[in-house]
Design a protein around this ligand. Structure first.
Ligand code: PRP
Ligand code: MN
Ligand code: MG
Length: 179
């Protein structure tokens, strides 16, 4: 276990089981649809998206967006700027946004408003982790892996100061690691 980790919240196996479930559910829900596009929000969603798309037994397009939020270093401010936009045309497509974690919800609020204005066929959100206690806006999540408590977590794509993204599990970080 990484020396900065206090406890493992979800093991590799638990995550894999959940990702399979989500992939199956999406496959069932989108079975009769064409032009499905999964959009990963860089960088955190990269690992989850990579695993999730391989559990979906349908043809899907894959693309990424990068956004940055300004303000306090460990908290998002709600002011979001697009740093990298989509490469693929999404007009008329069924969009699924893929996120690693929803905290205040402000990143996804901005992204959903932005994507909805692009004449898409439908929009859903799939997030591996949700911290409902922290929500600062109204946001409907369509697929959620796990609800989690308001603790500082890392791994499976999620960073603290750009570190720990490659941990294969989701872990609670020791307090001394972020002081
Ligand atoms: C993190 C996380 C989500 C967002 C959630 O990304 O990956 O995208 O914050 O926070 P919110 O619900 O309060 O908006 P971050 O901005 O740290 O970028 P990263 O994915 O590159 O780590
Ligand atoms: Mn992110
Ligand atoms: Mg981050």
């Amino acid at each position: 276990m990484n020396k900065d980790v206090e406890a493992i919240l979800f093991t590799e196996e638990q995550i894999a089981t959940k990702v399979k479930e989500l992939g199956k559910q999406i496959t069932v829900d989108y079975e009769n649809m064409e032009d499905i596009i999964m959009i990963g929000v860089l960088k955190g969603a990269n690992v989850f998206l990579g695993d999730l798309i391989r559990e979906i037994a349908l043809p899907v397009y894959v693309d990424f967006m990068a956004v940055s939020s300004y303000g306090y270093s460990t908290q998002s401010s709600g002011v979001v700027k697009i740093m990298k936009d989509l490469d693929i045309e999404i007009e008329g497509k069924h969009v699924i946004i893929v996120e690693d974690i929803v905290d205040t919800g402000l990143t996804l609020k901005y992204l959903t408003e932005n994507l909805k204005s692009r004449k898409i066929a439908s929009l859903k959100i799939c997030a591996l982790l949700d911290k409902p206690e922290r929500r600062k806006c109204d946001l409907k999540l369509d697929y959620i892996g796990f609800d989690i408590p308001d603790r500082f977590i890392v791994g499976y794509g999620i960073d603290y100061a750009e570190k720990y993204r490659n941990l294969p599990y989701v872990a609670i970080l020791k307090e001394e690691a972020y002081q």
